[in-house]
Ligand binder design. Structure first.
Ligand code: GAR
Length: 188
């Protein structure tokens, strides 16, 4: 069994989709949802889904407490789903090639520190890009720079707002992220 912990900071639609995808799966189980924001929507989702939620702040992430919790829970694979903090080097080293992230743009463009959520879509629209998409990648100790596993594209339409583009991006994420995670888990 591959034991997954999801880390999320926001609404948690990807986290929910991933939990539902692996419900009853023969190889993969989501055993924990970790969250660093006390008011994040993902907390209610974890409650509704019946997956234990582990709340922590930035200090606990940096001082190794979160890493110890993940090791205690025998987590094999970490999945970031709208997680907005940098993963400490110690955690990257403890999970070599075992942390996956999804980014709501076509990296290496529109990535890096401060580029998350709606800010990404605002920047893509401001740059008058004809297309955007999602990047699924392994995590290293720098924002959005790890080895890419997959990219999927969609059009940016004239008249798009950050909200309408975010919706299209979310559809791509929900359609492709769980299967990309499954592929990594299969290879473990
Ligand atoms: C997703 O679009 C994800 O790609 C993005 O946050 C959103 C979370 O949505 N992640 C980042 O921007 C990371 N840099 P969700 O909470 O509904 O899953």
């Amino acid at each position: 069994m591959v034991r997954i912990a999801i880390l999320a900071s926001g609404s948690g639609t990807n986290a929910q989709r991933i939990v539902e995808y692996f419900n009853g799966h023969a190889l993969v189980r989501v055993v924990l949802i970790g969250c660093d924001r006390s008011k994040a929507g993902v907390i209610q989702r974890s409650w509704d889904l019946g997956v234990p939620c582990y709340l922590f702040n930035g200090k606990l992430l940096r001082d190794g407490t979160v890493l110890r919790e993940l090791l205690t829970q025998r987590i094999d694979l970490l999945v970031l789903a709208g997680f907005m903090r940098l993963i400490p080097a110690e955690m990257v080293n403890a999970f070599p090639d075992r942390i996956i992230n999804i980014h709501p743009a076509l990296l290496p463009n529109f990535g890096g520190k401060g580029m998350y959520g709606h800010r990404v879509h605002e920047a893509v629209i401001a740059a008058k890009e004809a297309e955007s998409g999602i990047t699924i990648h392994l995590v290293n100790e720098r924002y959005d720079e790890g080895h890419q596993l997959a990219q999927f594209r969609c059009a940016v339409l004239s008249g798009d707002t950050p909200e309408t583009l975010a919706e299209r991006i979310h559809e791509l994420e929900h359609a492709h992220y769980p299967a990309a995670i499954e592929k990594v888990a299969n290879g473990m």
